[in-house]
Design a protein around this ligand. Structure first.
Ligand SMILES: [Zn+2]
Ligand SMILES: [Zn+2]
Length: 336
């Protein structure tokens, strides 16, 4: 038996539980930890039974509650290495400065260097008369070294968990996978595949256990051949149907954001999804779940209508049932 429970889907947060009879994983953690736990309770999913969290990409609507949830449940997080790095960069505070401020800082550094050289020269002149003493403080601020953050004795090793927890990127365990290379967690076979999206190394997943296949493909600008191939023969297909083209064009987003959504690394429109369903889809899924619907540029009924028209008479009681994943409430668990 396999089960898919979509806890949330959309630009304000994404998270889905995938279970086999022995293994349970969470794909993305794009809501707060508290909200994820609340939705799992609502959907009848036990958080303490989760074995791992898998991340598709580092956009905030996929990772918002990640660190807190992983620490609370003490479970490993699976990323690709570039996604993990991008996530760490995202959470690491950086000082940004204007060009004028940078020039100003450069000038101050130059002056400090000149002052240090002047002081050094003066010291050398004095040293003719006396033995030079070792200076414990260096007058050149450029030579200041950062304070050692790593533990260097037994006592600080003992305090490491507390120190690590203060780090926003601390996770109980991190495992890397690569798109295109399958791996397993318990009895779940997982095939990650690359998707075209503006993130470091975004991917979708196909999960398989006991002869059932469930695929997740959201956040993709278009349907490349590798995605079509990866999600073929799925029994449950969570597929993006992000926006209605006319609503997006006439909608409230600034021009640059519209261009991003429409681009080859943006999101799938209702019509792009419909085109896939009518031309390339093999028709073999029991359920097609439409997800990542835009709240500003789509309405569920338009997404449903486009998909239903594309599926046409292949929609039956047993096959190609179309469901709509919601941003605000968990979807009824899909069991096969
Ligand atoms: Zn997203
Ligand atoms: Zn994204």
């Amino acid at each position: 038996m396999m089960r898919m429970t979509v806890l949330a889907s959309g630009s304000k947060g994404n998270s889905t539980v995938i279970s086999s009879s022995r293994t349970r994983v969470l794909v993305d953690a794009g809501l707060s930890c508290r909200e994820l736990l609340r939705r799992m309770a609502l959907a009848g999913e036990d958080p303490s039974a989760l074995d791992a969290i898998l991340i598709t990409h580092e956009h905030i609507d996929h990772v918002a509650g990640l660190a807190v949830l992983a620490r609370k449940l003490r479970i490993p997080v699976f990323f690709t290495e570039p996604t993990h790095r991008a996530w760490v960069r995202m959470l690491t505070p950086r000082t940004t400065m204007s060009y004028a401020k940078w020039l100003d800082q450069l000038q101050r550094e130059k002056e400090a260097r000149a002052a240090a050289v002047a002081l050094e020269t003066a010291n050398q002149l004095c040293a003719v008369a006396e033995e030079p003493a070792l200076r414990s403080d260096d007058p050149n601020p450029l030579l200041e070294l950062p304070i050692e953050a790593e533990p260097c004795d037994a006592e600080s090793v003992e305090t490491l968990p507390a120190a690590a927890k203060a780090d926003p990127t601390f996770l109980p365990a991190v495992e890397y996978f690569r798109a295109g290379t399958s791996f397993s967690i318990g009895d779940l076979d997982i095939m990650p595949f690359t998707i075209p999206h503006d993130a470091a190394d975004p991917c979708g997943f196909v999960f398989e256990a006991e002869g059932v296949r469930m695929a997740l493909a959201t956040d993709l600008g278009y349907m490349p051949p590798n995605v079509k191939q990866a999600i073929a023969r799925s029994d449950v297909l969570l597929l993006e149907s992000n926006h209605d083209l006319e609503m997006l064009r006439d909608g409230p987003y600034p021009w640059s954001v519209k261009q991003r959504v429409l681009s080859r690394v943006g999101h799938l429109s209702n019509s792009a999804t419909a085109e896939y369903l009518s031309r390339d889809y093999d028709g073999g899924a029991a359920y097609i779940v439409l997800g990542h619907l835009s709240e500003s540029n789509n309405v569920p009924e338009l997404a449903r209508l486009a998909a239903e028209q594309a599926i046409g008479d292949r929609m039956t009681l047993l096959g190609n049932k179309i469901l709509l994943a919601s941003q605000t409430v968990p979807l009824e668990p899909i069991c096969l």
